[in-house]
Design a protein around this ligand. Structure first.
Ligand code: AQP
Length: 343
């Protein structure tokens, strides 16, 4: 009897995610991604990278990119990632991402990429002038995940569609090369109170690094005064906070601030409303500002201290890259064999 490969992925469970070094991190990145990374490292084998290959899909000043990579690493460490538990590394230091990325470009279909809403948002009116990389970046993202055969991907809600694409690519590869179960179909770890933090200036737009208004976001590097000022200026309506979740749904800005309070205090929105329902923003905003400062100030302090010792950050990244290369190599080797490349 010949050995049949298992019909579904039967390998180890593994967590993989990353953040682009494309600007200062904000509260959305922290709650939607970093908090989850720090929790998951205690539960599963966890790899977290700094997505510098993704960052250059839009222009990055070469004189700043390495420093920005160290800054993201400092944010990871300040948010509680421990290099003894999680593998932390720069994406560009593991060439297997790009190699598998190319193979996946030949697996993914143009029609799949045409449906990606993030490209439409990011390229805006200047599609023809966007880099090809910006268009194909979800394919590289599939390679980021699958080169480690990661089974779980903690991300914010904006990445849901890209994760679906990763699953489609994995399934098509497994099918086309008749290797059922070779790649896992990874699951997103998206749910949670910080999955979609919205802009402080517009409750219908997500908080984003590239929003031209700095008042739209709370940066992890903002000091206490700045955080309080941004929350004071946050767009709201004149009504007091509602008593029920139902009434909150029709008030996007209030909903966002209640969600932020809940995520920072580890409370549900219902619990926040039980405390603040019926009270005006004159009461709620100062309470939110105090909470945000109490939670974020220690993180920015730690980031500053870590950034004062870039050599230590480089040691973390170099050691992480070596470990990541070791994990990725056997999968890439096997893929090359499966595809039929000369060896
Ligand atoms: N507003 C958000 N709420 C919750 N999670 C968010 N994330 C981003 N914005 C929010 C999550 O943060 C992780 C890292 O994101 P990224 O830097 O790799 O890319 P991004 O999603 O493009 O982040 P930005 O801040 O919005 O950058 P720009 O402005 O460049 O587009 C991801 O897990 C993301 O889901």
């Amino acid at each position: 009897m010949t050995d049949q490969p298992p019909a579904s992925y039967a390998g180890p469970q593994r967590v993989l995610s990353g953040v682009q070094p494309s600007g200062a991190l904000h509260l959305g990145n922290y709650l939607g991604a970093l908090v989850k990374f720090a929790r998951l490292q205690h539960e599963q084998d966890t790899l977290i990278f700094v997505a510098d290959l993704h960052a250059i899909t839009v222009w990055q000043d070469p004189a700043l990119l390495a420093t920005q990579t160290r800054e993201i690493t400092a944010a990871y460490l300040a948010a509680g990632l421990d290099p003894a538990k999680a593998t932390i590394f720069p994406q560009s230091a593991v060439t297997a991402h790009a190699e598998l990325g190319w193979i996946f470009q030949c697996v993914a279909r143009l029609g799949w990429l045409d449906r990606m809403t993030q490209f439409k948002e990011k390229s805006g009116k200047h599609k023809e002038r966007s880099s090809v990389g910006l268009y194909t970046y979800p394919v590289l993202q599939a390679a980021d995940v699958l080169v480690y055969r990661a089974t779980h991907v903690p991300v914010g809600e904006d990445q849901k569609q890209h994760l679906e694409l990763t699953r489609d690519i994995a399934a098509k590869f497994n099918h086309d090369f008749n290797r059922p179960g070779f790649f896992p179909l990874p699951e997103g770890l998206i749910e949670g109170p910080g999955a979609r933090i919205m802009s402080l200036r517009d409750g219908s737009a997500k908080m984003s690094k590239s929003d031209p208004s700095d008042n739209s976001r709370i940066n992890l590097t903002d000091d206490a005064d700045m955080i309080a000022q941004k929350i004071r200026k946050a767009k709201t309506d004149p009504e007091p906070l509602p008593e029920s979740l139902e009434d909150l749904k029709t008030r996007p800005e209030a909903d966002n601030l209640v969600g932020i309070y809940g995520a920072l205090a580890e409370m549900t929105k219902a619990q926040v409303l039980a405390e603040f329902g019926g009270k005006g923003f004159g009461t709620f905003k100062p309470a939110l500002a105090d909470l945000a400062v109490a939670k974020l100030a220690p993180i920015s302090d730690r980031m500053r201290r870590l950034m004062a010792d870039p050599a230590e950050i480089d040691r973390v990244l170099a050691a992480g890259a070596e470990k990541a290369r070791e994990v990725a190599a056997p999968t890439l080797d096997e893929v090359k064999k499966i595809v039929g490349f000369w060896r």
